[in-house]
Design a protein around this ligand. Structure first.
Ligand code: AFP
Length: 331
């Protein structure tokens, strides 16, 4: 267990941040509190969404061509309003915004990237969804490129909120990962002082319906992985269709999650800045691995805000094996 965080069990997120235990500067702390407070509102909204008739389509598409749900739009507005109000943010980029929100002239130092409601295809059925965030810090007033088109490796913080039977906020610095549960008084209380991804796990998590469209190496890797998990155990398939849910299970229990490219979409579906990098940052800080086929996505210099990237996440041995098979072209 990480010595600095072992004694924090039961403390609230705000207490943990105020103690400086995770090493975040004040602009990151302020942004994190705004993100956490927004997620509490979203969690409540989700609980009563059917009763409030808040489910269903917003009848428009986002910049990716995805069908926007009413709650996607609402979650995005809640995050942007609250983050803007803190004045700690100079820029906000979101999967639901064509262009980032920029607050010129602010002396604040954080720029935030968001997937406000990940897995919104699960909303109508009441299954788990999430919010994903990542934060860069700036020393000088940045251009948009400087604010967002930086390697994931340079992130100050990243994490996600899982809205399931429990509402869980997972938060990573570059060296440690902690988790908080939302309590009855709507405080995030630390329940995991040092989350580490197990060195191996039996589960693989991938949309197997696309396998005919994968390249030969990915097909060969999956053929091998579905028969036997690292260590010789029998493999098991789990797929929720929401990255936050699938990644969280993989982080806690080990194994592997994959969303590879296909012939039609070589970069896959997931967005580098809003989904791939935040998750890769969490997994690497937790001792797991992340790959886009040729190395970690965190080492990729983004060329555009909304670009996509293939992603494999999980136990180190699983990710290493994926990279090995990819580097040979096929097993
Ligand atoms: P939605 O927000 O449209 O439900 O997409 C969710 C997501 O981006 C990610 O959370 C999942 O891992 C992935 O899509 C699932 O995609 P497939 O339905 O193609 O498997």
């Amino acid at each position: 267990m990480h010595a600095a965080t072992a004694s924090l069990f039961g403390k609230t997120l705000k207490q943990v941040l105020a103690l400086g235990s995770l090493g975040f500067d004040s602009s990151v702390q302020i942004a994190l509190v705004a993100i956490a407070d927004t997620s509490v509102e979203i969690s409540k909204r989700l609980r009563h969404a059917a009763l409030d008739q808040a489910l269903g389509r917003a009848h428009r598409h986002n910049v990716f061509g995805d069908d926007v749900q009413k709650l996607d739009a609402e979650a995005n507005a809640l995050f942007c309003t609250r983050l803007s109000a803190t004045r700690a943010c100079i820029a906000i980029a979101s999967e639901e915004l064509d262009r980032p929100i920029v607050h010129e002239g602010r002396t604040a130092r954080s720029s935030v990237m968001l997937d406000p409601l990940d897995g919104s295809g699960n909303l109508d059925t009441g299954l788990s969804v999430g919010s994903i965030f990542a934060i860069h810090t700036e020393v000088h007033w940045p251009s948009l490129d400087q604010a967002f088109l930086k390697k994931g490796r340079e992130l100050a913080a990243a994490g996600y909120v899982l809205y399931g039977p429990r509402t869980v906020l997972v938060l990573a610095s570059s060296t440690q990962v902690v988790a908080f549960d939302l309590d009855r008084e709507d405080n995030y209380v630390l329940t995991e002082p040092a989350l580490t991804c197990p060195q191996r796990g039996v589960t693989y998590s991938v949309n197997e319906a696309y396998q005919d469209d994968w390249d030969a190496a990915t097909r060969a890797w999956l053929g091998e992985r579905r028969k036997i998990a690292p260590g010789g155990a029998r493999a098991s398939l789990r797929y929720d269709g929401a990255l936050v849910a699938d990644a969280h299970r993989t982080l806690v229990q080990g194994g592997v999650f994959a969303y590879p490219g296909t012939a039609a979409r070589p970069d896959g579906k997931l967005r580098l800045l809003y989904e791939v990098n935040p998750m890769a940052f969490v997994f690497e800080a937790a001792g797991g691995g992340a790959s886009s086929g040729r190395g970690s996505p965190l080492d990729q210099v983004p060329h555009s805000l909304h670009q996509r990237a293939p992603l494999v996440l999980g136990s180190k041995s699983d990710v290493a094996r994926y990279e090995e098979v990819c580097s040979r072209g096929a097993a």
